[in-house]
Design a protein around this ligand. Structure first.
Ligand SMILES: [Mg+2]
Length: 265
């Protein structure tokens, strides 16, 4: 195997769940892998589609698990959604279907939230505080023609012991069934996540490597953005899923410990 294009990468965008840890269980060699990145002069950003937590929450969580992490090392689909709303729907009132952390994240980018009939955008996230009242309101606005923006397309969020939580994609499927409106998804696999980071850091997409365990988000975003991709088999993708997938990663590795070994050479 030729790892030249992988070794040439200067910035690594790292999925977390199923890639670095699962729940509170940190994978063997995962923290070492981060030190290998910085030790070999490479940068990294923890990149997550999880829009139920804010960037700040991830810094706290990653540090608690033992990972080095500063503000510039975290980018979430909620942050990308805030940037998107601010530039593409300036001055519009937004009805959010999301957690308090998601709402705070949007507001921090200057997005104005509303509960009333002046909402011209419905913005959905991975809402672990979802209520029937929120669904009812969102459907009401969507049926009146509000734009439908969603933070991430994931159907489920993986949990330990093979359990899952219904994620933003599943919530949007319900809203679509009830309103007929289809969402525009901001998070992975939409290439805008990688493009924004490339712009912020000055690293071209071809020298950015996306590392993750999920084909339809982590690997697809790299393919869409012209970045290098590494699929790790430590999470939800099995050999059988990979064999029939149309989305093919550049590299398939057992986990980030193996990746660290390649980058150290
Ligand atoms: Mg994952």
């Amino acid at each position: 195997m030729n790892y030249d294009s992988l070794r040439a990468c200067r910035l690594f965008l790292l999925d977390m769940d199923g890639t670095l840890y699962l729940g509170d269980e940190v994978f063997n060699g995962a923290i070492d892998f981060i030190h290998t990145l910085s030790g070999t002069g490479r940068n990294y950003i923890y990149l997550t589609n999880n829009s139920s937590r804010a960037g700040e929450d991830y810094i706290t969580r990653l540090k608690k698990l033992g990972f080095p992490c500063e503000r510039e090392n975290v980018f979430t689909s909620g942050m990308a959604t805030g940037m998107y709303l601010k530039t593409r729907h300036p001055g519009e009132k937004v009805y959010a279907v999301g957690t308090p952390a998601f709402e705070r994240e949007l507001v921090s980018y200057g997005v104005e939230l509303t509960q009333s009939d002046d909402a011209t955008v419905v913005c959905a996230g991975f809402d672990t505080t979802l209520t029937y009242e929120k669904l009812d309101k969102a459907v009401h606005f969507l049926r009146r023609g509000a734009a439908f923006i969603a933070a991430n397309p994931d159907w489920v969020c993986p949990m330990p012991a093979g359990e899952v939580l219904p994620d933003c994609g599943s919530i949007c499927a319900l809203l679509t069934a009830a309103s007929g409106a289809k969402p525009f998804y901001i998070g992975k696999p939409n290439r805008s996540m990688v493009d924004i980071i490339s712009e912020m850091t000055g690293v071209p997409n071809s020298q950015i490597c996306c590392v993750g365990d999920r084909l339809y988000t982590d690997i697809a975003v790299a393919v869409n953005a012209g970045a290098v991709s590494v699929l790790v088999m430590s999470g939800e993708t099995t050999r059988d899923i990979l064999d029939v997938s149309e989305t093919k990663p550049d590299y398939v590795l057992a986990g980030v410990a193996e990746l660290a070994g390649i980058l150290r050479k």
